[in-house]
Design a protein around this ligand. Structure first.
Ligand code: ZN
Ligand code: ZN
Length: 235
Protein backbone atom coordinates (compact mmCIF):
# COMPACT_ATOMS: atom_id res chain seq x y z
CA UNK A 1 0.00 0.00 0.00
CA UNK A 2 1.07 3.58 -0.58
CA UNK A 3 2.29 5.48 2.50
CA UNK A 4 0.67 8.92 2.27
CA UNK A 5 0.44 12.26 4.05
CA UNK A 6 -1.96 14.80 2.60
CA UNK A 7 -1.50 17.72 5.03
CA UNK A 8 1.91 19.43 5.01
CA UNK A 9 2.95 23.05 5.63
CA UNK A 10 6.16 24.78 4.55
CA UNK A 11 7.58 28.28 4.94
CA UNK A 12 5.06 29.39 2.29
CA UNK A 13 2.78 29.69 5.34
CA UNK A 14 3.52 28.89 9.00
CA UNK A 15 5.69 25.78 8.58
CA UNK A 16 9.23 25.86 9.98
CA UNK A 17 10.85 23.99 7.08
CA UNK A 18 11.34 25.18 3.49
CA UNK A 19 9.64 23.32 0.64
CA UNK A 20 12.75 21.59 -0.74
CA UNK A 21 13.89 20.30 2.66
CA UNK A 22 10.35 19.16 3.49
CA UNK A 23 10.24 17.15 0.26
CA UNK A 24 13.62 15.57 1.10
CA UNK A 25 12.46 14.68 4.64
CA UNK A 26 9.43 12.80 3.34
CA UNK A 27 11.31 11.30 0.39
CA UNK A 28 14.08 9.96 2.62
CA UNK A 29 11.50 8.58 5.07
CA UNK A 30 10.10 6.43 2.24
CA UNK A 31 6.75 8.12 1.55
CA UNK A 32 4.92 7.31 -1.69
CA UNK A 33 2.48 10.23 -1.88
CA UNK A 34 2.40 13.63 -0.14
CA UNK A 35 0.37 16.79 -0.60
CA UNK A 36 1.82 20.25 0.07
CA UNK A 37 -1.03 22.25 1.60
CA UNK A 38 0.04 25.68 2.83
CA UNK A 39 -2.57 27.88 4.51
CA UNK A 40 -4.74 30.30 2.56
CA UNK A 41 -6.11 32.38 5.44
CA UNK A 42 -9.20 34.58 5.39
CA UNK A 43 -8.25 38.27 5.42
CA UNK A 44 -11.68 39.53 6.47
CA UNK A 45 -11.11 39.80 10.24
CA UNK A 46 -8.26 40.88 12.59
CA UNK A 47 -7.05 37.28 13.12
CA UNK A 48 -6.73 36.70 9.39
CA UNK A 49 -5.16 40.12 8.80
CA UNK A 50 -2.46 39.22 11.33
CA UNK A 51 -1.71 35.99 9.45
CA UNK A 52 -1.34 37.98 6.24
CA UNK A 53 0.92 40.53 7.94
CA UNK A 54 3.27 37.81 9.16
CA UNK A 55 3.11 36.10 5.73
CA UNK A 56 1.52 33.00 7.26
CA UNK A 57 -0.74 32.75 4.24
CA UNK A 58 -0.46 32.03 0.55
CA UNK A 59 -2.20 34.94 -1.19
CA UNK A 60 -3.51 35.74 -4.67
CA UNK A 61 -0.15 37.50 -5.25
CA UNK A 62 2.11 34.50 -4.73
CA UNK A 63 -0.29 31.58 -5.40
CA UNK A 64 1.03 30.75 -8.88
CA UNK A 65 4.66 31.09 -7.76
CA UNK A 66 3.82 28.63 -4.95
CA UNK A 67 2.14 26.26 -7.41
CA UNK A 68 5.08 26.42 -9.86
CA UNK A 69 7.54 25.73 -7.05
CA UNK A 70 5.48 22.73 -5.81
CA UNK A 71 5.31 21.35 -9.37
CA UNK A 72 9.06 21.82 -9.81
CA UNK A 73 9.66 19.92 -6.55
CA UNK A 74 7.15 17.28 -7.68
CA UNK A 75 9.32 16.52 -10.71
CA UNK A 76 12.45 16.31 -8.57
CA UNK A 77 10.70 14.09 -5.98
CA UNK A 78 9.44 11.74 -8.66
CA UNK A 79 12.91 11.35 -10.22
CA UNK A 80 14.80 11.10 -6.92
CA UNK A 81 12.43 9.19 -4.64
CA UNK A 82 9.60 7.89 -6.84
CA UNK A 83 7.38 10.03 -4.59
CA UNK A 84 4.21 11.65 -5.95
CA UNK A 85 3.49 15.23 -4.81
CA UNK A 86 -0.01 16.70 -5.04
CA UNK A 87 -0.28 20.52 -5.03
CA UNK A 88 -2.82 21.76 -2.52
CA UNK A 89 -3.83 24.42 -0.02
CA UNK A 90 -5.50 24.48 3.37
CA UNK A 91 -8.32 27.00 3.20
CA UNK A 92 -8.23 28.42 6.74
CA UNK A 93 -11.28 30.23 8.02
CA UNK A 94 -9.99 31.52 11.35
CA UNK A 95 -12.41 33.17 13.73
CA UNK A 96 -12.35 33.97 17.43
CA UNK A 97 -14.44 30.96 18.40
CA UNK A 98 -13.88 27.31 17.50
CA UNK A 99 -17.57 27.04 16.53
CA UNK A 100 -17.08 29.54 13.69
CA UNK A 101 -13.72 28.23 12.48
CA UNK A 102 -13.01 25.64 9.80
CA UNK A 103 -10.03 24.38 7.81
CA UNK A 104 -10.41 22.61 4.47
CA UNK A 105 -7.75 20.85 2.40
CA UNK A 106 -8.12 21.24 -1.36
CA UNK A 107 -5.91 18.70 -3.13
CA UNK A 108 -4.98 19.08 -6.80
CA UNK A 109 -6.17 22.70 -6.83
CA UNK A 110 -5.40 24.67 -10.00
CA UNK A 111 -6.46 28.28 -9.37
CA UNK A 112 -6.55 30.54 -6.32
CA UNK A 113 -9.61 30.36 -4.06
CA UNK A 114 -9.89 33.06 -1.38
CA UNK A 115 -10.65 31.80 2.14
CA UNK A 116 -13.10 34.66 2.77
CA UNK A 117 -15.53 33.26 0.17
CA UNK A 118 -18.66 31.51 1.41
CA UNK A 119 -18.48 27.74 1.99
CA UNK A 120 -20.76 27.15 -0.99
CA UNK A 121 -18.55 29.23 -3.30
CA UNK A 122 -15.40 27.49 -2.08
CA UNK A 123 -16.87 23.99 -2.48
CA UNK A 124 -18.37 24.66 -5.91
CA UNK A 125 -15.21 26.31 -7.27
CA UNK A 126 -13.01 23.53 -5.87
CA UNK A 127 -15.33 21.00 -7.52
CA UNK A 128 -15.04 22.85 -10.86
CA UNK A 129 -11.25 22.57 -10.53
CA UNK A 130 -11.64 18.84 -9.79
CA UNK A 131 -9.91 19.31 -6.45
CA UNK A 132 -10.48 16.81 -3.64
CA UNK A 133 -12.15 18.40 -0.60
CA UNK A 134 -11.11 17.23 2.88
CA UNK A 135 -12.42 18.63 6.18
CA UNK A 136 -9.41 19.00 8.52
CA UNK A 137 -9.23 18.31 12.25
CA UNK A 138 -13.05 18.47 12.50
CA UNK A 139 -13.39 17.80 16.22
CA UNK A 140 -11.73 18.61 19.56
CA UNK A 141 -7.92 18.41 19.55
CA UNK A 142 -5.36 18.00 22.32
CA UNK A 143 -4.20 21.54 21.51
CA UNK A 144 -7.50 23.27 22.23
CA UNK A 145 -6.34 26.63 20.87
CA UNK A 146 -6.62 25.13 17.36
CA UNK A 147 -10.12 23.65 17.49
CA UNK A 148 -12.16 24.12 14.31
CA UNK A 149 -15.69 22.81 14.81
CA UNK A 150 -17.81 24.64 12.23
CA UNK A 151 -17.99 21.89 9.59
CA UNK A 152 -18.66 19.14 12.11
CA UNK A 153 -21.41 21.15 13.80
CA UNK A 154 -22.92 21.93 10.40
CA UNK A 155 -22.32 18.54 8.78
CA UNK A 156 -26.00 18.04 7.97
CA UNK A 157 -25.70 20.97 5.58
CA UNK A 158 -22.15 20.58 4.24
CA UNK A 159 -21.22 16.85 4.34
CA UNK A 160 -22.47 16.32 0.77
CA UNK A 161 -19.74 18.70 -0.48
CA UNK A 162 -16.93 17.01 1.46
CA UNK A 163 -15.03 14.08 -0.10
CA UNK A 164 -13.32 12.96 3.12
CA UNK A 165 -12.74 13.97 6.74
CA UNK A 166 -9.56 13.76 8.76
CA UNK A 167 -10.17 10.91 11.20
CA UNK A 168 -6.73 11.59 12.67
CA UNK A 169 -4.52 14.65 12.68
CA UNK A 170 -0.94 14.35 13.99
CA UNK A 171 -1.52 12.63 17.40
CA UNK A 172 -5.28 13.11 17.72
CA UNK A 173 -7.98 10.66 16.61
CA UNK A 174 -11.55 11.82 15.98
CA UNK A 175 -13.66 8.71 16.43
CA UNK A 176 -16.86 10.69 15.75
CA UNK A 177 -15.92 10.60 12.06
CA UNK A 178 -16.12 6.79 12.07
CA UNK A 179 -19.44 6.89 13.93
CA UNK A 180 -20.89 8.81 10.98
CA UNK A 181 -19.12 6.41 8.54
CA UNK A 182 -17.68 9.30 6.55
CA UNK A 183 -14.79 8.66 4.12
CA UNK A 184 -11.63 9.36 6.05
CA UNK A 185 -7.88 10.00 5.88
CA UNK A 186 -5.17 10.55 8.52
CA UNK A 187 -2.50 13.24 8.22
CA UNK A 188 0.40 14.83 10.10
CA UNK A 189 -0.47 18.53 9.70
CA UNK A 190 3.30 18.82 9.34
CA UNK A 191 4.78 22.12 10.55
CA UNK A 192 8.19 20.93 11.88
CA UNK A 193 10.39 17.83 11.46
CA UNK A 194 9.11 15.95 14.51
CA UNK A 195 5.59 15.99 13.01
CA UNK A 196 6.83 13.44 10.47
CA UNK A 197 6.04 10.89 13.17
CA UNK A 198 2.25 10.95 13.40
CA UNK A 199 -0.94 9.41 11.97
CA UNK A 200 -0.81 8.62 8.25
CA UNK A 201 -2.94 7.18 5.46
CA UNK A 202 -2.25 3.95 3.55
CA UNK A 203 -3.91 3.64 0.13
CA UNK A 204 -4.28 0.59 -2.05
CA UNK A 205 -4.22 2.26 -5.47
CA UNK A 206 -1.93 3.30 -8.32
CA UNK A 207 0.58 6.06 -7.68
CA UNK A 208 -0.98 8.88 -9.71
CA UNK A 209 -3.12 11.86 -8.72
CA UNK A 210 -6.36 10.64 -10.32
CA UNK A 211 -6.19 7.18 -8.68
CA UNK A 212 -5.33 8.70 -5.29
CA UNK A 213 -8.29 11.11 -5.46
CA UNK A 214 -10.68 8.33 -6.49
CA UNK A 215 -9.38 5.96 -3.81
CA UNK A 216 -9.97 8.55 -1.07
CA UNK A 217 -13.39 9.50 -2.46
CA UNK A 218 -14.60 5.88 -2.65
CA UNK A 219 -12.79 5.09 0.61
CA UNK A 220 -12.06 1.51 -0.36
CA UNK A 221 -8.54 0.23 0.28
CA UNK A 222 -7.93 3.03 2.80
CA UNK A 223 -6.20 2.37 6.13
CA UNK A 224 -4.70 4.58 8.78
CA UNK A 225 -1.45 3.88 10.56
CA UNK A 226 0.63 5.43 13.29
CA UNK A 227 4.04 6.19 11.80
CA UNK A 228 6.63 6.36 14.58
CA UNK A 229 10.39 6.25 14.91
CA UNK A 230 11.29 2.69 15.93
CA UNK A 231 12.64 3.77 19.35
CA UNK A 232 9.33 5.53 20.05
CA UNK A 233 7.31 2.33 19.66
CA UNK A 234 6.61 1.49 23.25
CA UNK A 235 3.70 -0.90 23.22
ZN1 ZN B 1 -5.57 23.45 10.08
ZN1 ZN C 1 -2.68 22.44 8.68
Amino acid sequence: MLLCDFHIHTTYSDGAVGLRRTVDLFGQAGFDVIAITDHVVNGDNPLGKLAHRFRYSVTSDNFYRYMDHVKEEAERAWDKYGMLIIPGVEISKNHLTADQSAHILLLDIKDFIPACWSYEEIFLTAREQEALIIACHPHYMSDMSRDTLFLWNNRAKYARHIDAWEIANRDDVFNVVSLEKYPHVANSDFHRPRHLYSWKTLLNCEKNILSVKQCIKHNKGVAITLFRKSEEMKW
